[in-house]
Write a new protein. Sequence first.
Length: 54
Amino acid sequence: MAKLTAWLVTIIGILLLLPLIGVSQLATYNDWLIAIGVLVIGVTKIIRNYSKKR
């Protein structure tokens, strides 16, 4: 379940970033912070879930 959550959060982050790279001209500084924050959470969860266990 944690892997599914990580993928969903990452996809949401990508979808939040797409309008900010040129699809929409309504991007503000707050939107960037939210999108980057969601991506960091998602990528961190993916790395943690797929890293080798010690």
